[in-house]
Design a protein around this ligand. Structure first.
Ligand SMILES: Nc1ccn([C@@H]2O[C@H](COP(=O)(O)OP(=O)(O)OC[C@H](O)CO)[C@@H](O)[C@H]2O)c(=O)n1
Length: 318
């Protein structure tokens, strides 16, 4: 059987399947461009989401969907932020199943965490990282890539202060979103990125130990990518090295999914873990789409992408 975007089914039934989309970055404003000049279609992006939900529902066998973050764009007029987030959430709610969201920098430009987490139905409204297990053999670990961040926390919050100190130490530019002069992987030390804090790292370690004890395979999800092979250096998590050190201690993690770097990417790291950064809905010119679903097997994930989201076979290496 043939799929869109070139995959060929291997005949076996998946254990389960789920929908994916990222970087909708909706705003009711005219089309624009990224800082680097890439076109952005702020109004069309909600149409891409509507098409995704329709497609997921038509599939009939997707047991949940994942939104990898950045639901509303930073250029959304601030007096419209709440309505814009509610409007996008309403579209996700048309999906016939649970939707797991994560927060991105653009979400945090619009609303503080205290407002976002309840609106996005996080399992615990005080914490943006969590895990869930759709079937006993698999566990999903959702990381908060803006745990240590200069955006989203109150100005006097310890995590804001830690982030500002970190940026001042690592990035000498007065514009902390500018990578000018930063070399190679240091180009990730930008204000629109963030890091995973110590408590969350401990939680990640404990959760992966628990998954190992339960003989579960793990998919890690984070808005901010974790491997330089799958993303521009400017879009990497500040402490991707620390997070990957924890992940590599365990054999259970098979795939990491990300958003944030709109062009998308795929790599296999030195320990055989797949990293798939998904293509953004925001950059779809009208008439095009970027969403997909993932078939989960015992030995691989198969991403079936639509249009600008490339299909991808991720066979487990360990
Ligand atoms: N002062 C700046 C600001 C940004 N850049 C570079 O521009 C790229 C991304 O900026 P932008 O499009 O505004 O960021 P988004 O959060 O909307 O999107 C995230 C990107 O997709 C992550 O790649 C980036 O390359 C910056 O370094 C800059 O040079 N100077």
């Amino acid at each position: 059987m043939g799929y869109p975007n070139g995959l060929v089914s291997q005949g076996k039934q998946p254990l389960f399947s789920f929908g994916v989309i990222t970087d909708v970055q909706y705003a009711d404003i005219p089309d624009g461009r990224s800082f680097l000049g890439v076109p952005r279609y702020y109004r069309n992006s909600i149409r891409v989401l509507q098409k995704a939900v329709q497609n997921w529902n038509n599939h009939q066998n997707l047991i949940f969907s994942i939104n990898l973050g950045d639901i509303v764009d930073g250029y959304c007029p601030k007096d419209q932020s709440l309505d814009a987030v509610k409007k996008v959430v309403k579209e996700f709610d048309n999906f016939n199943g649970p939707v797991y969201h994560m927060i991105g920098n653009h979400c945090l430009y619009n609303l503080p965490r205290s407002k976002l987490l309840p609106l996005l139905s996080f399992p615990n409204v005080d914490c943006a990282y969590f895990d869930f297990s759709p079937i006993p053999e698999y566990r999903f670990v959702v990381l908060d890539g803006y745990d240590i961040s200069a955006i989203g926390w109150p100005q006097d919050h310890p995590h804001t202060i830690e982030a500002l100190n970190f940026l001042n130490e690592k990035n000498p530019n007065s514009d902390k979103n500018s990578p000018n002069g930063l070399m190679d992987l240091e180009r990730r030390f930008l204000k629109f990125n963030g890091g995973v804090g110590k408590e969350q790292l401990k939680w990640l370690d404990k959760t992966l130990q628990d998954a190992t004890n339960s003989n579960q395979k793990v998919i890690v999800c984070c808005h901010v990518p974790l491997d330089p092979g799958a993303t521009s250096k400017e879009a990497l998590l500040w402490n991707c090295d620390e997070v990957m050190d924890v992940i590599h201690r365990y054999d259970c993690v098979k795939v990491c999914l990300g958003g944030h770097d709109h062009k998308g990417g795929h790599s296999v790291d030195s320990c055989g873990v797949h990293h798939r950064v998904l293509e953004a809905a925001l950059e779809c010119p009208p008439g095009t789409d970027a969403f997909g679903y993932i078939d989960v097997y015992e030995d691989r994930l198969s991403l079936i992408g639509t249009d600008r989201m490339a299909s991808c076979e991720m066979v487990f290496n360990r």
